[in-house]
Design a protein around this ligand. Structure first.
Ligand code: ATP
Ligand code: MG
Length: 309
């Protein structure tokens, strides 16, 4: 598969331990033959995840049979990393978005009437467990802890899904669970100890300057180097201000920065684009002004097209 080959090449170039990469490849070739339908579930990542240490830690964790919890602020690449890991391990993915009303049926499955009789309609966790997939438990701390209790036997050494009235499913050996969480986001809860203890936890770092340049270049092929560097510096300056509690975390938004640069391609002025992608996400006028000052000090207002060759 081309996607996987390219990814492996990039990881080799970035110095990711070759023994880990070989083992990850062996894992994929050992796994049961996948049907077309399952192959279609292997993700093609939107962009590579950059960060050698995180790659090594997460690949090792999955190889050792453990489940992963990726914890970190917004836009630190948690979902991008999930996609990349599944691409490297060639695993079909089932995404489960957690919310306050999450219940066992939405994860595991439920009875359903097929026109003549009641049958079990498997949920995403069940399917990942059956077919050796990766289940991405996205924003796991949005759910109520009581609702998550059903996952305990799935996530620990038992690796079983027990649906009352149906067969007990022993998880496929290749199945892994990768949860993401954003500590302190509105609407999130503390993950209880019992659940946290069933994961190896990765604290997702803010991307390095060098890697941020690579992300921007990968997404905006014709971006001028001088502008790219200004946007990168702007990002870390806002990050610094948030760390010193001068502004909130809202403005430190890599996703928003990329969206803004995307708008510039359409000729929207640089300031308007940055307002839409970053400034206006803070709703407090005083904070908006602080952020605008940082932008004005660094970035002249021009037609967005000037940013590109
Ligand atoms: N280390 C990194 N390597 C590659 N891309 C990164 C990295 N860190 C952040 N990004 C970029 O950040 C953006 C958001 O990524 P993603 O959706 O995976 O974040 P997230 O951590 O899941 O965010 P949220 O908590 O808001 O859901 C993407 O455009 C991605 O390219
Ligand atoms: Mg996410």
């Amino acid at each position: 598969m081309k996607v996987k080959e390219n990814l492996i090449q990039l990881l080799q170039k970035d110095g990711v331990d070759s023994d880990l990469l070989n083992k990850a490849q062996a894992y994929a070739s050992d796994a049961s033959v996948l049907t077309q339908e399952l192959v279609a579930r292997i993700p093609t990542p939107e962009c590579p995840y950059y960060g050698r240490e995180i790659w090594e830690a997460t690949v090792a964790a999955l190889l050792s049979g453990r489940n992963l919890l990726l914890s970190g602020p917004k836009a630190t690449g948690k979902n991008i990393l999930c996609e990349n890991l599944a691409a490297l391990f060639e695993r079909p993915v089932w995404d489960v978005s957690f919310h306050v009303g999450m219940d066992a049926a939405s994860m595991i499955g439920a009875d359903s009437f097929d026109g003549s009789r009641v049958v079990f309609k498997p949920g995403p966790v069940y399917l990942a467990g059956k077919y050796g997939g990766f289940a991405v438990l996205d924003e796991i701390n949005m759910a109520k802890n009581e609702a998550l209790a059903v996952l305990h036997s799935v996530l620990d050494h038992r690796r079983v899904i027990d649906v009352p009235g149906y067969e007990r499913l022993q998880l496929h050996p290749a199945t892994r669970f990768i949860a993401t969480m954003n500590y302190g986001y509105e609407g999130t809860r503390e993950l209880n100890e019992a659940l946290a203890s069933r994961f190896l936890v990765i604290a997702m770092p803010i991307i390095s300057e060098e890697n941020l340049c690579r992300v921007l270049e990968g997404r905006f092929l014709t971006i001028r180097k001088s502008w790219r560097d200004q946007f990168v510096k702007l990002f870390y300056e806002l990050n610094d201000k948030a760390e010193h509690a001068e502004i909130s975390e809202r403005a430190v938004d890599l996703r928003g920065l990329q969206d803004a640069i995307g708008l510039m391609q359409f000729g929207i002025s640089i300031r308007t684009a940055l307002d839409m992608g970053i400034v206006n996400k803070c709703f407090d006028p005083h904070e908006q002004q602080l952020i605008r000052d940082v932008i004005t000090a660094r970035i002249p207002d021009r037609d967005g097209r000037e940013v590109f060759d």
